[in-house]
Each structure stands twice: as C-alpha cells, then as structure tokens.
Design a protein. Structure first.
Length: 258
C-alpha cells in the first residue's frame, strides 16, 4: 500500500497526502516520502510544501505494535529507529520553502510533532493535538517538547505531556500556536490558499525569513542582529528586492517569477 503520495500542483507546490489507513500511522516509508517532498522543494519552481491527509485524521503517530517489537531491541538499535523520525523533523525544518500542515481530525504523538514542526498550521475546528505518551509509559520524541516550549506557556505544555490531555485546535489558535481554524473538511483547501499566496511571493526572501525566525529561538540577540544584518545586506542587492521596491514605487503588483 502506498503510504503517501506527492503531487506537484500548478508546478509550484508539493503536497504530501498521508494515507488514511490506520489513521495515518507513521512508518519508515512515510518518513522517506516526507523527506523526499522536502528535498524536491529544492527545485527553484517549488514555493511551498503541504502535509495533509486523505482521510479524516491527520496522523495518529507511532504504531504501538511496532513499539512492542522495539522493546526487544538494544537501546542503541532503538535510538537508530528514533533517528528516522528525527530526520523527518530536520527535513521539515531545513526545507528551503515554507511547509504547511493541514490538520483534519487530529494529530497525536509524533503526528503532532510533524504538524507543529511546520511553518504554518491550518486545522479543522474538530481537530485535536495530543501527546499521550505518558499513558503508555513513554516520553515525547520528534522534537515535540521543543515545539511546545516555543509555542505554549510552560504549564500548558506540562498539562499536555504529563496528563496526556488533548488540546483543541481552537485553544491552540487562541494561544497563537495554530494559524487558522476552519470548518471540518476545509483544512487542505485553506492550506492551498496560503500556499498560493506564498507562491506569488519572493522565494529567496521567504527562505531567508524562515532561517532567521528559526535561529532567533536559540541565538543571542547580538548573534541574531548579526544574522539579520547579513541576510538584509544580501537581500538588498538581489533581484527580488529590486523588483519589490520598483513595484511598490510604481504602485503595481510585484512579479517575482519562479
């Protein structure tokens, strides 16, 4: 069974549709397909990547039956298996273009890690984000604690992880952790609208902005100022700035091309 499908839409977007079977349970094959999508975004024509689902649930996370089998492995072997998931998170973070998650139904465990690793998050009103590892005697992985620490107040991150309670898309949106909450069934179409807006923008500047925002969480203010200076100096001498400034002065829509 194909676990994911990548479609180029309008020659500008890459969409990864996670199969609805078993509510989108994760697997090494799916990791590879997501990583493949992020690698494909290196093509100059690609302006955004969308992670979505074909069914009514974004991703249920890891398969507990697989985790039972992992208990028989050595600790080093288990670390290697976890590195597969962490490679996906790094691929999303390092993607040269914005990555959007379109969450229907819910995102649980590592599925929540993947959804929250994206730059922009669109979720259905019925969607819930769950980190119920503790209920199985496990701990979060996939960078989930890092994502929650960046997105949520500490008590709420603790509630989500220590008690395993789901958080609704609407509650997360109220806290600024989700960009858009939409009626059920519309998450993908709204994500496509965001991707379309991105596709009309300056690819190089968008990539530089992603890198600056990502580094700001882990960098001193002095180092971040240096990074902004370097990025702005490069941008000011580039063709995107020339077109953008000219369009603004001429009161027209900029044409950033491919």
């Amino acid at each position: 069974m194909t676990l994911a499908r990548i479609d180029d839409l309008g020659d500008r977007l890459v969409v990864v549709n996670m199969n609805s079977a078993r509510r989108g349970a994760l697997s090494p094959e799916l990791y590879a397909r997501i990583a493949e999508a992020c690698a494909a975004a290196a093509a100059p024509r690609i302006r955004a990547v969308i992670l979505t689902s074909e069914g009514t649930y974004f991703c249920a996370g890891g398969d507990l039956n697989v985790l039972i089998e992992r208990a028989r492995l050595t600790e080093d072997e288990r670390r290697t298996k976890i590195d597969g998931l962490h490679g996906v998170i790094r691929a999303i973070r390092d993607c040269p273009v914005p990555v959007i998650s379109a969450v229907e139904g819910g995102a649980a465990g590592a599925g929540a890690s993947i959804a929250l690793a994206c730059d922009l998050i669109v979720a259905a009103e019925s969607a819930q984000f769950t980190a119920a590892y503790v209920k199985a005697g496990l701990v979060p992985d996939g960078g989930l604690t890092a994502a929650l620490a960046r997105l949520l107040p500490r008590p709420l991150a603790m509630e989500m992880c220590l008690l395993g309670r789901p958080l609704s898309a609407e509650r997360l949106a109220a806290l600024g952790a989700v960009n858009l909450v939409v009626p059920p069934g519309q998450a993908q179409s709204e994500a496509m609208a965001l991707a379309d807006a991105l596709a009309r923008g300056p690819r190089g500047a968008q990539g530089a902005i992603r890198a600056l925002v990502a580094s700001a969480y882990d960098t001193s203010e002095a180092a971040q100022l240096d990074a902004e200076r370097a990025a702005m100096a490069r941008a000011q001498g580039g063709p995107e700035a020339a077109e953008g400034i000219a369009a603004f002065l001429e009161k027209r829509r900029p044409e950033f091309g491919t």
